[in-house]
Design a protein around this ligand. Sequence first.
Ligand SMILES: Nc1nc2c(ncn2[C@@H]2O[C@H](COP(=O)(O)OP(=O)(O)O)[C@@H](O)[C@H]2O)c(=O)[nH]1
Ligand SMILES: [Mg+2]
Length: 215
Amino acid sequence: MNQKPLLLIIGNSNVGKSSITRLLMPNPRKFKGKIGKSPGSTLLIKPITQNSLPYKIVDLPGFGYVSHSSRRRGAHIKKQIVVHIEKHYEEYFFGLVVINILRIEDEIEKYYIQNKRTIPLSFELIQFLSEFKIPFLIIFNKIDKISNLNKKEKINLFIESAKEYGLDLIKLNDYSVEKNSEIPYLEFSALKKINIIKLKSIIQKSLNNFMKKCP
Ligand SMILES: Nc1nc2c(ncn2[C@@H]2O[C@H](COP(=O)(O)OP(=O)(O)O)[C@@H](O)[C@H]2O)c(=O)[nH]1
Ligand SMILES: [Mg+2]
């Protein structure tokens, strides 16, 4: 393979995708976090890498709508994401679905508890990635912003609601790459670098696994 494999980082705006990308860069100072901002409704998909990084990172905006006034734009962006993944899924060795832990309750309250016929966007995204057999990790980011008790409550709510949509989540510590019916998650803080070693290690493991399978 002459092209570096791809790492997907996907999630709504402001969840911490650029911050996480920066943490993965061998030379963070050379990484300008603002690339990927798209004019209008055309998604700019531009993989980024650095010399000593063995993969490229693709940062995608997730399925969320920015606001009600841009619903159409949101739907248009979602379509471009779907088209991109359908075309390139074989180049992806791993994905990170980034979720702002502070936003979990709102999303589940609105799209699951109040209306059982809608699906929270996070679950929709997770189901979508599962279909393409790209292994991925759910990152609950910004845990530095809440208490431990609060964090446990929110993660439990997420796990229990996910079950209703047929999604089985498991702590990354208890996850084995071979058993791929379960989806691993990791509590994280890009700001405080909490669990960065674990994150880098699962990315490396997945990359090794991927390269073994590639001729
Ligand atoms: N407290 C806290 N703030 C964070 C964390 N990660 C990112 N942020 C902040 O959240 C904002 C959005 O982060 P950014 O990486 O640009 O998110 P993106 O839009 O998903 O790329 C910035 O002000 C970051 O400094 C975190 O783990 N904890
Ligand atoms: Mg960003």
